[in-house]
Design a protein around this ligand. Structure first.
Ligand SMILES: [Zn+2]
Length: 89
């Protein structure tokens, strides 16, 4: 049982925060049908996300942790939705 973890409504998890930053920067998009986050492979958008992370990390996170969270999300997502048929031309 996890008794020590407090629920904070504003920022869910570093990962959730990173995803919202990546979305705000336009580095990722969400599948409209399935909700999977997809990498848009836009280096400028990624740069913007890293900039946001290092200038404005979430409360309780260091800049390093914020940047690491962004990198973590980018490493863990693909550029396609796993539930969408992969028959794009
Ligand atoms: Zn999908």
């Amino acid at each position: 049982m996890l008794m020590t973890k407090e629920r904070r409504p504003a920022i869910r998890t570093p990962r959730g925060w990173a995803i919202s930053v990546l979305q705000a920067a336009g580095a990722v998009r969400e599948c409209e049908e399935h909700g999977w986050i997809q990498d848009r492979a836009d280096p400028h958008a990624r740069e913007r996300a890293f900039e946001i992370a290092s200038h404005d990390p979430p409360s309780g996170c260091s800049q390093e942790q914020a940047v690491a969270a962004i990198r973590d999300v980018l490493d863990s997502i693909g550029d396609t939705c796993p539930d969408c048929p992969a028959d794009d031309p």
